[in-house]
Design a protein. Structure first.
Ligand code: ARG
Ligand code: ZN
Length: 388
């Protein structure tokens, strides 16, 4: 399987390619989001791989094969196929993460507690961890992972964050200070059904797993399903597409549960961080319009400093800016929705890498990715603690 990267792409050609060979778009997530002059990553089935390359050559579109054999890359992504105990440096399955969340709460009473904020379409629990020392009138930061099922590094980060909090409390003065003054709500996997599906059926699944009326195509893109310019731009109204916006805002049980929780805690929640991959970007509103957010200057400054802290550890380069101009216009995202309901410090992270492995990021990169991301998250949290 190949991932082909034209540096410039004439969209009629891209559309032809999409129709003739049903490509799986990685970056951007759908053919409609392709913009002239921007790079495109996609996966092609091996039986069309040579035809796709011939078409690109005929069209004089420069390209590069990033992953020659995706099956092989995925087999190497995990160090071993044996279902092991929980590990922060491995990709853990849904059951392992659920058991981990119960254990870490049980082992750290007074610092971590677990609640259930809802259930998924297929009936799985949506567990939420609250991390922080108890206090009165605390401000809170909400962090979610696992919106898109195939972005496995994302849930790994949420687990890492909780581990760091637990290990740092009482020993690291900066993190201790954060935990004394802020509560962190951590939702380790939003799209639990999709995540399970990537472990059992299709590693490249993105959407939820809900049924659609009058169609055999399954699922909605949870990050197109929020009430923020819903389904106006950069989202699809075709049920079979990977960026399908759903039948209505919050049509998905998972997005509804998340939105209900934030609405119910709107007065305390000052920050909203949603963790995706890949592209190495730190984005803030807006993505449903090119208009600048009211707090654009402050958010830009926070993003700039957060990114510079992240880069200082291993030199990983990030870009940052409003979603619309930095990646693409795409309405219905949770970051824009949270911002518009009053959560001023609203950011989307796109973690490693920039396409060498893409969604098949090897387990050996979990630790460095999480370590550097912690620096950016702590910077944002500090800013919230001091300014919100
Ligand atoms: N890659 C993410 C997505 O397509 C980017 C999200 C940026 N925010 C947004 N509201 N579109 O969902
Ligand atoms: Zn994503």
């Amino acid at each position: 399987m190949d991932k082909v990267i034209p540096q410039s792409l004439r969209s009629p050609v891209a559309k032809t390619l999409c129709i003739t060979s049903v490509l799986d778009f990685w970056i951007p997530a759908s053919v409609d989001l392709i913009e002239p002059g921007k790079r495109v990553d996609f996966r092609a089935e091996s039986h069309v791989s040579y035809d796709v390359q011939a078409l690109l050559q005929q069209s004089e579109i420069p390209y590069e094969v990033m992953i020659d054999d995706l099956q092989d890359a995925l087999e190497k992504q995990r160090d071993s196929n044996i279902r092991a105990a929980h590990s922060y440096e491995k990709y853990n399955d849904f059951d392992t993460i659920s058991a981990w969340s119960a254990n870490i709460a049980a082992q750290n009473p007074g610092l971590v507690s677990r609640t259930q904020i809802g259930s998924s379409y297929e009936g799985r629990p949506l567990y939420l961890l609250k991390v922080g020392k108890s206090g009165t009138n605390k401000k809170a930061v909400f962090i979610d992972c696992g919106f898109h099922a195939r972005e496995w590094i994302s849930p790994a980060f949420c687990q890492w964050f909780v581990k760091e909090a637990v290990n740092s409390y009482g020993s690291d003065s900066q993190f201790t200070n954060l935990l004394n003054n802020l509560d962190f709500y951590i939702l380790p996997i939003v799209n639990v059904d999709g995540y399970v599906y990537t472990w059992t059926n299709n590693r490249m699944w993105r959407k939820t797993r809900s049924a659609n009326k009058n169609s055999s195509c399954i699922g909605t893109d949870p990050n197109r399903n929020f009430d923020a310019g819903w389904c106006t731009v950069g989202a699809s109204s075709r049920v079979c597409d990977d960026t399908y916006c759903g039948s209505a805002p919050e049509s998905e049980k998972e997005t509804k549960a998340l939105a209900n929780f934030i609405r119910a805690n709107r007065s305390s929640i000052k920050g909203y961080l949603t963790i995706h991959s890949y592209s190495q970007m730190l984005l803030f509103p807006y993505s449903y319009t090119y208009n600048k957010a009211t707090d654009h200057t402050e958010l830009n400054n926070v993003a700039k400093a957060a990114v510079s802290s992240l880069t200082s550890l291993y030199g990983t380069k990030y870009t940052y800016g409003p979603g619309g101009t930095t990646i693409y216009l795409a309405a219905g995202g949770s970051d824009d929705w949270a911002y518009d309901v009053g959560v001023k410090y609203s950011f989307t992270f796109e973690l490693r890498d920039t396409g060498r492995y893409g969604f098949a990021l090897p387990e050996s990169q979990i630790k460095p990715t999480c370590e550097e991301t912690m620096l950016a998250v702590k910077h944002i949290a500090n800013h919230i603690m001091n300014n919100a």
